[in-house]
Every structure is written in structure tokens, then in C-alpha cells.
Ligand binder design. Structure first.
Ligand code: HEC
Length: 265
């Protein structure tokens, strides 16, 4: 034991009996550790700041250039397929269709789009489409003016699908000019291409049908010539073969027999 106490001490341990080594090692270990991460206190890398600034500037100028002014109709059919440029020497942007389509757009949005939808495709089974509809694209507007004036009800076939619903009348909420514009609009939107409709045409039909209260049925309208005057004296509806078949099917067998015998006489 005494021999042990006389042995020269390790110089590093001389200070406090060997603990100094541990202190150095401990400090080395602590120095190897990364600092505790602290939330929100680290300054951003300068290059990252510059990069974000450039990105924001670029995004801003991109939007300014390509946002189309943030117009809601930017991607509507009309914008995608704009009317062909006017013929040189023509009436410029003032042709009746262009003017009426412009004036008819807000009217369509207010009065028709709730049911027929902004894109004119309607709602399957409920509201028939105006896009590509044979009713809208008819050569003349005699039937669609009536539909807008007095409404429509009962079964109707549009683009091969049958609907049986009710459309309300607009004779009191729109004047002749407005109806002419909205009808011209639907005939020249959603990919449709039709002639312009004048306020005079609407006025003539309004007068001729002044006594009308009920909405039209499709069958009734089929008896109205699509174009031409003489609205007041529309010929009585000629029955189509299909309608005759339907009527015959509805007859009791007894009556059908009598009828056939009568026809055979
Ligand atoms: C309340 C919903 C509603 C509103 C609003 C409405 N319609 Fe209709 N529309 C209908 C329904 C339903 C039919 C089919 C009626 C039937 O089944 O007999 C129809 C049919 C039509 C048709 C004939 C069928 C076709 O699809 O081509 C035209 C044309 C038409 N509407 C135009 C208009 C126009 C123009 C307006 C705006 C002025 C308008 N509608 C507003 C519900 C509506």
C-alpha cells in the first residue's frame, strides 16, 4: 500500500487524482454534439430568401400575363371558340348576332343558367340541354320564343332523351328586346350556330299569343311552323305517326276493334 502511494502520479491526473482526463473527454463529447434545434430562431439562408423573392416576382408577372384578367368566362365555349373575325368591309363587331350575344349573356346567367346551366348542357333527367338542341337550332325561332314567353311542360324529347318537367314563363320578367337577345344568345353559344332573333319577331309572337296563359306542350309546339310569319293562325298540330300509335295503344280493345272496322268500311 505504501509503495502505491509513493509511485509518481500520472501528470494529467495530478490535479485531482485522474478526473482531469474525464473532464477533457466530456468536453470533447459535448463539442461533437450539434446544438439543440430551437424553433423559429434560426435565420433563413440568404440564398433561400433570394430564391423565394425571385420566385414570387416571377409568379406575379406570370399571373399578370396569363390570368386572362381573372374573368369567370375565360374558359367558356365563347372564349374558346370566338366568333369568326368579321369579314373585311363588313359591319365590324357591330353585327346583330355579336351585339345580341353580348347583351344576352347576363340575361342568360340570371334567367336560364339556374336550370340549363352555364355551359348550356342542362341536368340529365331534369333540365334539357340547349347546347346542340334541335329546338334551339331550329331554322326559325317561332317555337323557342313561345317557350320563353309562356313556359313549357309535359314530355319533350331533346337530343334523343325524354324530359317531363316544367319550365316557367318569362313574358312578365323580360321585354321583347331582352327575349330577342337571350334567344339569339342561346342560338349562338355552347357551340350552337343560328340566326339572330329580332325584338320585332318577339313582339309579333307576344301579340299573337296574348291570350295564352298555360305553358306550351312539346306536341303543341310541333304544330307551329318553326319560321315564317302568321303566328296567330298556326295550323292545328298534325299528328305524328308515333303520336297516333300512342293514342291507339291507349284505346280499350273493344274501341280499337270498332275503329278498325270503321276505317275498313
Ligand atoms: C326552372 C328551370 C328553368 C328555367 C329557369 C329555364 N328553363 Fe328552359 N326548360 C326547363 C325545362 C324543365 C324544360 C323542359 C320542359 C319539359 O319537360 O316539357 C325546358 C325547356 C327549354 C327549351 C326547349 C328544350 C331544349 O332544351 O332545347 C328551351 C329552348 C329552353 N328551355 C330555353 C330556356 C331559356 C332561354 C331560358 C331563360 C330565359 C330558360 N329556358 C329558363 C327549365 C327551365
Amino acid at each position: 500500500m505504501s509503495a502505491d502511494s509513493n509511485r509518481p502520479l500520472d501528470p494529467a491526473a495530478a490535479l485531482d487524482r485522474g478526473e482531469a482526463t474525464d473532464v477533457v473527454q466530456m468536453h470533447a463529447a459535448v463539442q461533437r454534439e450539434r446544438p439543440e434545434p430551437m424553433e423559429g430562431s434560426e435565420p433563413l439562408n440568404l440564398w433561400l430568401v433570394v430564391f423565394i423573392a425571385v420566385l414570387l416576382f416571377w409568379a406575379g408577372s406570370y399571373l399578370t400575363q396569363y390570368s386572362g384578367g381573372f374573368r369567370a368566362d375565360e374558359f367558356s365555349e365563347n372564349q374558346i371558340n370566338p366568333a369568326p373575325p368579321p369579314v373585311v368591309g363588313g359591319s365590324g363587331g357591330d353585327d346583330p348576332v355579336t351585339k345580341a350575344v353580348k347583351a344576352g349573356t347576363p340575361l342568360y346567367v340570371t334567367y336560364c343558367a339556374p336550370c340549363h346551366q352555364g355551359d348550356g348542357n342542362g341536368v340529365a333527367g331534369q333540365f334539357p340541354p340547349l347546347a346542340g338542341s334541335e329546338w334551339v337550332l331550329a331554322e326559325g325561332p317561332n317555337r323557342i320564343i313561345r317557350i320563353v314567353l309562356h313556359g313549357l311542360g309535359g314530355p319533350i324529347t331533346v337530343k334523343g332523351s325524354t324530359y317531363n318537367n316544367q319550365m316557367n314563363a318569362f313574358r312578365d320578367s323580360m321585354d321583347d328586346v331582352q327575349i330577342a337577345n337571350v334567344v339569339t344568345y342561346i342560338r349562338n353559344s355552347f357551340g350552337n350556330k343560328g340566326s339572330a332573333v329580332s325584338a320585332a319577331e318577339v313582339a309579333a309572337i307576344r301579340t299573337a299569343t296574348a291570350a295564352r296563359v298555360d305553358p306550351w306542350s312539346a306536341a303543341e309546339l310541333e304544330g307551329v311552323a318553326v319560321s315564317g310569319g302568321g303566328e296567330g293562325a298556326a295550323a292545328p298540330a298534325a299528328l305524328t305517326v308515333d303520336q297516333i300509335k300512342e293514342a291507339l295503344k291507349a284505346l280499350p280493345a273493344e274501341d280499337l276493334k270498332t275503329l278498325l272496322q270503321d276505317v275498313a268500311k
